[in-house]
Design a protein around this ligand. Sequence first.
Ligand SMILES: C[S@@+](CC[C@H](N)C(=O)[O-])C[C@H]1O[C@@H](n2cnc3c(N)ncnc32)[C@H](O)[C@@H]1O
Length: 298
Amino acid sequence: MTDSADRDTADWDIASGVGLTALATAACRAVETLREPPLVRDPYAGAFVQAARAPTPMPVTPQEADGDQTFPWPEFARYVGVRSRLFDELSLTAVADGLRQVVILAAGLDTRAFRLDWPPGVTAYEVDAPRVLAFKDQVLAGAGARPRCARRAVLADLRGRWTPALLTAGLDPASPVAWLAEGLLPYLSDEEKDRLLAGMRELSAPGSRIAIEHFAGMDSMRDYAAFTEAPRLNNVDFDVTALWAHEEATDPGPWLARIGWSVDARPIADVAAGYGRPLPATLPEGMLSAVMITARLT
Ligand SMILES: C[S@@+](CC[C@H](N)C(=O)[O-])C[C@H]1O[C@@H](n2cnc3c(N)ncnc32)[C@H](O)[C@@H]1O
């Protein structure tokens, strides 16, 4: 089942604009899946990269990542692997504690609905741009993938009025929700972040949870040479830094605490160290200092 809202504005595909960042994230998961031991196991990630007509080369194996002289793929794959694993764990903890609605905001090519061991009765709602989710469905269908929970694709622009689409897709605001938001906030202005958080609050019954990735140092990201060097070396016209809003007044932790959520914040560097896979110091400062915010509503 799908529903739509603002489908005209979120018009990018998987090989352009912010859609390409979903593909790069899948490439990172493909690489990490084949590391020993893997931080995350995503059997579909490589198929996305192979099916897409990406304007720039992307690895699907550790060998390809390690051999790429144009972009530090191994470091980025480590970061994405740590983040994906943490969000996998938070998702499974939420459903083990009885929540049955999981909303993955800016789901991109995330395949949690297909690869995690969900208990009966779970519905995963995946919110992203129509063409990103259409590409994902097409590749997963080609791979014979079957969701392991009820899955709803929600076609919406998270900068606009996205909550009606989620309700039309079946979300029950009277039951608690586990919200996930990875790799999303840098693309939203502060005003859009505020509206996003307010929308999440509006649909959150007591017992709801949030897991959200927050970058507090986006300025350092703008100056990270590989973001501009890699497109130049690969002769590609793509500037990821131009996609970021570079606005950081909204810190979701204090924002949520002010309206009654119990908030916890863990630096991703600590999470990575806890997995025995520390973040490489060569990553941009903004990623090294990223914080994984979790919140609960009682
Ligand atoms: C870096 S990717 C992360 C994807 C996914 N969360 C993951 O970790 O694999 C960013 C995603 O945000 C989505 N996105 C960015 N801005 C959005 C918006 N305004 N509305 C809906 N999706 C958006 C993009 O389409 C893309 O899939």
